[in-house]
Design a protein around this ligand. Sequence first.
Ligand SMILES: Nc1nc2c(c(=O)[nH]1)N[C@H]1C(S)=C(S)[C@@H](COP(=O)(O)O)O[C@H]1N2
Ligand SMILES: [Mo]
Length: 198
Amino acid sequence: MEERKLIKSPNTERANRVPPGQRVVQTFPVLHYGAVHRLDPATWTLEVYGLVEKQIKLSFRQFVELPQAQVLCDIHCVTGWSRLGNLWEGVSTGTIRELLNMLPEARYAIVHGAGRFSTNLSLSDFFQPDVLLAVSHDGAVLSPEHGYPVRLVVPRLYFWKSAKWVTGIEFVKEDRPGFWESHGYHNRGDPWLEERYS
Ligand SMILES: Nc1nc2c(c(=O)[nH]1)N[C@H]1C(S)=C(S)[C@@H](COP(=O)(O)O)O[C@H]1N2
Ligand SMILES: [Mo]
């Protein structure tokens, strides 16, 4: 079998893994605005564009041929539930960066999902070593409800930053609030600081 790097998100090493105001659940709730998107990997593409020397477009086949990594992390939804010890597999955002020449003006990543969803991250949050474009969760391919075929996982921020049904990554100079960030959620969303709403 191919070797996969396991990255342990640093928050999983805390003595107390549950941030203030959160409660642990054993289930895996489904949460998003609007309908479940049912994307076909045969036609799915990931476009990376904006402040890059040359934009790229990957098919699903090209995407899964990139080096794969595993991330172990806890997830914290702003509505109050936390799910500990999630194992994700996919492609690190750092691997995507190696395919690009980003322009020096780039400061933020806007991650786009099907149905005009987006979320904004500083480059430093986006390129943390535990940030993954995931294709599986706890050993099973993502279900459509959880973002099949590819979702973002940003372990250190509230789970709304973890866009499902990802189709694009745009690098920009000026920050631009995404969907939840422009509907009252905090611009950054650190659960340990309870950055819930703005
Ligand atoms: N495309 C898209 N991704 C999204 C959302 C959304 O509305 N659309 N909601 C976010 C929110 S608020 C949460 S809590 C998580 C929930 O992911 P899950 O359904 O896999 O638990 O997805 C995030 N990603
Ligand atoms: Mo959420």
